[in-house]
Design a protein around this ligand. Structure first.
Ligand SMILES: Nc1nc2c(ncn2[C@@H]2O[C@H](COP(=O)(O)OP(=O)(O)OP(=O)(O)O)[C@@H](O)[C@H]2O)c(=O)[nH]1
Ligand SMILES: [Mg+2]
Length: 341
């Protein structure tokens, strides 16, 4: 049965599942929310309000009703406006070049330029394997990592809700034993969703909590185990080693796990989120990105350099603090929501 479908009567819109490609032991990668499902586009459009307000308004300001000649002055002004969304120089240059290639020396209307920019952004955001890993022999184990306050625990709550609402069973693991409040926070999420949670005493070894979480998921026969971790910086080598240990014990209890290591980035940090997290993603051997807090940011353009600079797919976007405020990342919907809507 298709991974995201909770009702047997649903028509099957499933594209063939991609695989990570290197053998039978690899988990398959499957979409969590198909395009057009559950108001995903509306959700993304709502979440990108702030960015769109800046971007679309800025670009509209470049035009008069009779259109605008595309010359160096126009291209320079367009570039300056694109940059304001924190999309970075390279993506903004690529967009500018595309507009120049198509329209230089012509008088164009706003709609033509918006269409070209949307298409170019869509191209730049294209990625393979945007879905979530799914192990052939459950549970699928997802480890969630990132710097302090990026949105890890909230993203786990929202992802757990998404999976649970699609009929999947899961166990959460409160692997952030550093702060008592972190355990409490995840326990509240588990209560709201109605799923199991494994917690350790304050200060307990996070690796032992991870082990017990996988153990519990195996004994209950759940589809997923999602494990939280304390925030850390890539420069804190002892804490980065701790992540290695967590990975190792997961693999010990369930060979092949974790199947997914999600790096949560804070979109409000714009370009800073990227520099902070670049080394991190390699050191922790991340498999995908969750871009949280897009709703609170006018810097949604940051997803472009993230796609450009990380060899990782963006898997989910966080669009608010509520249980339902998460969407699977889809380049087409995202590009549309960034400029239109
Ligand atoms: N607006 C908005 N706020 C978010 C989103 N995701 C997280 N937050 C808020 O950001 C703050 C930090 O979120 P947490 O989930 O606690 O972040 P964390 O990475 O687990 O933090 P540490 O465990 O301290 O490292 C909280 O106030 C969340 O409610 C989002 O998508 N949108
Ligand atoms: Mg947390």
């Amino acid at each position: 049965m298709a991974f995201w479908r909770s009702k047997k009567s649903d028509p099957d819109p499933t594209p063939p599942a991609a695989t990570t490609g290197s053998g039978d032991a690899e988990p398959t990668i499957q979409p969590v929310q198909p395009r057009g499902s559950g108001g995903v586009l509306a959700k993304i459009t709502g979440g990108l309000n702030k960015t769109r307000r800046v971007l679309a308004t800025d670009i509209r300001d470049l035009f008069k009703s009779e259109g605008r000649l595309v010359d160096e002055e126009f291209l320079g002004e367009l570039f300056a406006r694109l940059i304001r969304t924190d999309m970075g120089i390279k993506p903004a240059n690529l967009i500018k070049d595309e507009v120049a290639k198509k329209f230089r020396g012509r008088v164009v209307q706003l709609e033509e330029v918006i269409e070209t920019i949307t298409d170019e952004i869509r191209q730049q955001l294209r990625q393979d394997h945007g879905g979530l890993a799914k192990s052939d022999s459950p549970p699928t184990v997802i480890l969630v990592v990132g710097v302090n306050g990026s949105g890890k625990t909230t993203s786990i709550g929202k992802l757990a809700h998404l999976l649970h609402s699609q009929g999947h069973s899961l166990v959460l693991g409160a692997g952030d034993t550093f702060r008592a409040a972190a355990v409490e926070q995840l326990t509240i999420w588990a209560g709201r969703i109605g799923c199991e949670i494994v917690t350790g005493a304050s200060g307990a070894d996070p690796a032992s909590v991870a082990y017990q979480t996988v153990d519990k998921a195996i004994s209950l026969g759940t589809d997923y185990a999602i494990i939280d971790t304390a925030g850390r910086l890539q420069t804190q080598s002892n804490l980065m080693q701790e992540l290695q240990k967590i990975r190792k014990v997961i693999d010990k209890r369930l060979p092949g796990g974790p199947h997914e290591v999600l790096l949560v980035l804070d979109a409000t940090a714009g370009q800073n989120a990227i520099s902070q997290a670049k080394g991190f993603s390699e050191a922790a051997r991340c498999t995908g990105i969750v871009l949280a807090k897009l709703d609170g940011s006018a810097k949604g353009g940051v997803v472009l350099p993230i796609r450009d600079q990380f060899q990782l797919p963006v898997k989910f976007v966080g669009l608010g603090e509520g249980m339902q405020d998460m969407a699977a990342f889809d380049p087409d919907s995202f590009a549309e929501a960034l400029l239109k809507g």
